[in-house]
Design a protein around this ligand. Structure first.
Ligand code: HEM
Length: 119
C-alpha cells in the first residue's frame, strides 16, 4: 500500500474526488464544508485497519464505526457512492490491481454494514 505516505495520498485523492465529481455529491453533502477533519480521521482509522499503528484508537478511542455513522442516512446508493469513490481513488493512485480487489472486498463488507436505512 506504500506505507503511511501511500495511505495518506489515497485518502487525499478520495476526498478530492468526493469534492469534485458530481457522481459523489450525495455523500459529499453529508460531510462538513471543510474536509480536513474527515481526511485525518479516515487516515487514522485506515492506519490501524490496514495493520499499521492504531492511530484512531490512540487519538479518539474505539472506532464504533456503525454508531458514528448513524447520524447520516446510509442506504445502497450512499454505500455504492462511497465504494465507487474509493475504487476510483485506488485506480488513480495506481494501487496494485490484486491489492485493489482485496481492499474492495473488505471495504464492501464495512460499507454494507454501515447501512442504516432502506433503499
Ligand atoms: C457507506 C458509505 C459511507 C458514508 C456515506 C460515510 C459518510 C461519513 C460521514 C458523513 C462522516 C462524517 C465526516 C466528519 O465527521 O468529518 C464519516 C466519518 C467517518 N467515516 Fe464514513 N462513510 C461511509 C463509509 C465508511 C467506511 C466504509 C469507512 C471505513 C472503511 C468509513 C470511515 C469513517 C471514519 C473513520 C469516520 C470518522 C468517524 C468519527 O470520528 O467521527 N466510512 N463518514
Amino acid at each position: 500500500m506504500g506505507g503511511e505516505g501511500g495511505v495518506r495520498s489515497l485518502i487525499d485523492r478520495f476526498y478530492d474526488l468526493m469534492d469534485l465529481e458530481p457522481a459523489y455529491a450525495g455523500i459529499r453533502s453529508m460531510h462538513p464544508p471543510a474536509l480536513e477533519g474527515s481526511r485525518d480521521k479516515l487516515f487514522w482509522f485506515l492506519s490501524g485497519w490496514l495493520g499499521g499503528p492504531p492511530l484512531y484508537a490512540e487519538k479518539i478511542g474505539h472506532p464504533m464505526l456503525r454508531a458514528r455513522h448513524l447520524p447520516f442516512p446510509i442506504g445502497v446508493a450512499e454505500r455504492d457512492q462511497w465504494l465507487k469513490c474509493m475504487s476510483q481513488a485506488m485506480d488513480e493512485e495506481g494501487v496494485d490491481p490484486a491489492l485493489q480487489r482485496r481492499l474492495a472486498e473488505a471495504f464492501f463488507g464495512t460499507a454494507d454494514w454501515m447501512r442504516n436505512k432502506g433503499g
